[in-house]
Write a protein that binds this ligand. Structure first.
Ligand SMILES: Cc1cc2nc3c(=O)[nH]c(=O)nc-3n(C[C@H](O)[C@H](O)[C@H](O)COP(=O)(O)OP(=O)(O)OC[C@H]3O[C@@H](n4cnc5c(N)ncnc54)[C@H](O)[C@@H]3O)c2cc1C
Length: 450
């Protein structure tokens, strides 16, 4: 069957269906360097929920795989195309439908870019808090489908904590509403939160209702330097107890990469901790005392917005500073915060055994670390070594009581790790749930669920 032609008959001439071989590749991959991708039969740039429902009904009848795609900023191959699939891109469904200031909620289409919603609600002194570093281009649909995290999670939680309800097209083309715009509702099983983080394997999200917050005050920023990761991590539990709105760490390897590129004055420093409080400068003053008590070389804070943005530069430059040194393979593991220091030490061992450059930075306040492996572009041996190191790091994290992914998801690149972590019974339950939502296994097959 010519899938694109048949789909055109179902949707009509006004539908935007891409089959041009020179355009298709831009819808085939996300940002993962190592995930496989296939050749889709067609890409639908969906304009509305009705088109998606018709497409799903068609795909269900003909057992055609479907891959949902937001902005393609994912890092696990989740949105990567599969041979013969229809990719449904949500990028054109990008309307903010309603901002309800009385009930502190907003209703959006899935293709709305995260930061655009925050900008819109800021007009009412409100905020959409989830802040993945990709918020300037990732979509809220993608954020919900991956349960995206970010720097604010230490205080405000992950995307799941901000989603109230969704509309979703199921694998057979039915339309369902899950969750409730209300702040409290326990009438049904919490199916909404089965979908959050399901990476396009249980349904296509077509509308999202999110909770909004009163816009926090501009943050005060603390920076503290330490001789070692151990010293820095001893301060972290007491800093977390101050309820910071951000608590980040940058390790020595990453600091060296930043210094080589844009010197900020961190030569010889072992670790940097950055903390923000959106409550009061006094919180950061207490933070300085805590950092000094734990042997900080230097600790200071500022409530001047310009200074704050200068102080967090080092964290913002962490990934690009490593990336400019070669191909960068970004890992995403989460460990108990008491184990961050051990994780860093073990990753340093892997780096010295393999000769790879591995910088580590991440969210110290919740244990979600991003060891970043750098290897030579186009060097197949180096890439194979990097992939081995990537998987070794996950094992180290799991052995420390951690998890294979804190926020980037499983996609197709961490299935084995997810299997190892989950155990047979949990895998069996997940497969059973998948069967209920997707009996023909057409929704993003080969992703998320081992
Ligand atoms: C520089 C950079 C920084 C990043 N920082 C962070 C960070 O701080 N925190 C974080 O969590 N992630 C981060 N990411 C990863 C990525 O941005 C997130 O996973 C993001 O949520 C993906 O959104 P997207 O719109 O790009 O989705 P895509 O990459 O297009 O898709 C992601 C997954 O969601 C599914 N999906 C997308 N839309 C829908 C829908 N409407 N219905 C059903 N399924 C859907 C896809 O099938 C896929 O499995 C970063 C990525 C980059 C490149």
């Amino acid at each position: 069957m010519k899938i694109a032609e048949e789909l055109r008959k179902v949707l009509g001439e006004q539908a935007t269906i891409i089959t041009d071989p020179s355009v298709l590749p831009s819808y085939c991959r996300d940002q993962s360097q190592i995930a496989q991708s296939g050749n889709p039969a067609a890409v639908l740039l969906a304009k509305n929920e009705a088109e998606i429902a018709l497409t799903m009904t068609f795909a269900y009848s003909n057992s055609i795989p479907i891959v949902a795609r937001g902005a393609g900023s994912g890092l696990s191959g989740g949105a990567n195309a599969i041979d013969g699939a229809i990719v449904i891109s949500l990028e054109k469904m990008n309307q903010i439908i309603e901002v309800d200031t009385a009930n502190l909620i907003a209703r959006v289409e899935p293709g709305v870019i995260n930061i655009e919603l925050d900008k819109e609600v800021s007009k009412y002194s409100l905020a959409y808090l989830p802040d993945p570093a990709s918020r300037e281009w990732s979509t809220i649909g993608g954020n919900v489908a991956t349960n995206a995290g970010g720097m604010c999670c230490v205080k405000y939680g992950v995307t799941a904590q901000h989603v109230r309800a969704i509309r979703m097209v199921t694998s057979d083309g039915s339309i369902v509403e899950l969750g409730s715009p209300l702040k409290k509702s326990v009438t049904n099983l919490d199916l909404l939160h089965l979908i959050v983080g399901s990476e396009g394997t249980l349904g296509i999200i077509t509308e999202i209702t999110v909770g909004l917050a009163v816009r926090p005050k501009p943050a005060t920023t603390l920076i503290a330097t330490f001789a070692s990761i151990d010293a820095a991590m001893k301060a972290v539990p007491e800093l977390v107890a101050l309820a910071p709105s951000m608590l980040e760490v940058v390790d020595a390897t990453t600091l060296r990469a930043v210094e080589e590129w844009k010197p900020l004055g961190f030569e010889g420093v072992g670790t940097v901790l950055l903390m923000q409080s959106d409550e009061s400068p006094e919180i950061c003053a207490k933070g300085v005392e805590i950092a000094e008590k734990h042997g900080a070389i230097d600790a200071t804070y500022s409530d001047d917005p310009k200074d704050s943005s200068d102080l967090i530069q080092v964290r913002k430059l962490a990934y690009p500073a490593l990336e400019r040194k070669g191909a960068a393979l970004l890992d995403d593991v989460c460990v108990p915060i008491s184990k961050i220091s051990k994780l860093v030490t073990e990753v340093e061992k892997i780096a010295s055994e393999t000769g790879l450059l591995i910088g580590i930075f991440g969210h110290a306040g919740d244990g979600n670390m991003h060891p970043t492996i750098v290897y030579n572009h186009g060097d197949a041996d180096a890439e194979a070594k990097a992939i081995t190191a990537f998987n070794q790091i996950i094992k180290v994290a799991q052995n420390l009581g951690g998890t294979a992914s804190g926020e980037h998801g499983i996609g197709s690149i961490k299935l084995e790790s997810a299997h190892r972590e989950s155990g047979e019974k949990i895998i069996e339950l997940q497969r059973a749930i998948k069967k209920v939502f997707d009996p023909k296994g057409i929704l993003n097959p080969g992703k998320k669920i081992p």
